[in-house]
Design a protein. Structure first.
Length: 360
């Protein structure tokens, strides 16, 4: 029996995860779920955003279905207790170093993009972001009295950007292997012109590439990549980068598709365990209103079936059902446009379930 840890989290997290679980159940697969608190919800109940019991559940499960964490009301808490620490802690403790963030522009939503339709029609980029290294986790970090330079003696804060060779190698293999299954092109995004860490990144990626002669490798500086993403996004196939640049570029790429409410993500470790979550956040402004778009979470559940639970056919069925509800013109508020039918979170989930049943 496969086990899925269900961590809905905060804000709209509980609403959208409920719909994804409903969709999973409609497939009649042999899995069990166990739910636990995470993020602000866990802080309220247990005084910590990632309680030991939640971490243990996640570690022992085959996969984690995650909603979202965070709320402005926790901004004043000390960093270690903020909801975001839950997701960072899960990434670190489960060693989820490989983050897949597809940015796909669905035909029906081409006009929801902020770019001209011809620039995004048919867009299908896969962002692969390294997720457990870089300046996000590098030590040392902190506050101190500036030891040198023109501001010596003044208070300062610092973080450490670093990547080790094996860290870069393992994620580079993931990127090249993923590219092999699609457009066979990897754009490795760095800042080698300024940062030692990313000159090393570029060198190691180039070395690993020697094992993948069938895949094209291109290097691009991050500032240029940010520009190319809005200039000619369809030129990318696999956009591959480190933790920090990947955080920024994946939000940019998501918006090209019209709605971040549509985009799933997967974060995997070397054992095939994964955490699956929508690319968007907890949206406290619309929480509890039943209007959030559950499709990103439902599509994340599909990625979970594919990557961690070895259920490719079921994953494909969910993806087909989602396309079909869009074709039926059902839209949550975030992707609504004139002439389509506006539905709430639950109705959208129900519609996906109905399409699954209709597939027979
Ligand atoms: C993301 C988020 C997280 C990150 C935050 C919530 C810590 O922005 O998954 O992209 O910066 O990685
Ligand atoms: Mg982000």
């Amino acid at each position: 029996m496969m086990k899925i840890a269900v961590l809905p989290g905060d804000g709209i997290g509980t609403e959208i995860v409920a719909e994804a679980v409903k969709v999973l159940r409609a497939l009649d697969l042999p899995f069990e779920t166990e739910e636990a608190l995470v993020g602000g919800a866990a802080y309220e109940a247990h005084g910590h955003p990632l309680p030991d019991a939640t971490l243990k559940l996640a570690q022992e499960a085959d996969a984690v279905l995650f909603g979202a964490v965070g709320d402005w009301k926790y901004d004043k808490l000390e960093r270690a207790l903020r909801p975001e620490q839950a997701i960072l802690g899960l990434r670190k403790h489960l060693e989820l170093f490989a983050n897949f963030r597809p940015a796909i522009c669905y035909e029906e939503l081409t006009h929801a993009s902020s770019l001209k339709p011809e620039l995004v029609a048919g867009l299908d980029i896969l962002i692969i972001r390294e997720l457990t290294g870089d300046i996000y986790f590098g030590q040392p970090r902190g506050r101190r009295t500036s030891p040198d330079g023109p501001f010596a003696g003044q208070p300062e804060a610092f973080d450490t950007m670093r990547y080790s060779r094996p860290e870069i190698e393992r994620i580079a293999h993931v990127a090249f292997q993923a590219a092999r299954k699609r457009g066979k092109k990897v754009t490795s995004v760095d800042k080698a012109n300024v940062l030692e860490t990313f000159q090393f990144w570029k060198d190691v990626v180039t070395e690993v590439h020697a094992q993948y002669p069938d895949v094209e490798l291109e290097h691009m500086y991050v500032d240029n990549a940010a520009m190319q993403l809005v200039k000619a996004p369809k030129k990318f196939d696999v956009l591959f980068t480190g933790n920090m640049f990947g955080d920024i570029l994946s939000d940019e790429a998501a918006m090209l598709t019209g709605s971040i409410g549509m985009l799933p993500s997967a974060s995997l470790n070397a054992r095939g365990q994964g955490l699956y979550e929508p690319s968007h956040g907890s949206a406290p402004d619309i929480a509890g209103k039943g209007v959030a778009n559950p499709l990103a979470t439902i599509l994340s559940a599909a990625m979970m079936l594919r990557f961690s639970l070895n259920q490719e056919a079921a994953a494909a069925r969910i993806e087909a059902a989602v396309k079909s509800v869009l074709a039926q013109n059902l839209r949550t508020a975030d992707i609504y446009s004139e002439g389509t039918t506006k539905v709430g979170t639950k109705e959208m989930g129900d519609a996906v379930v109905a399409r699954l049943k209709a597939q027979g």
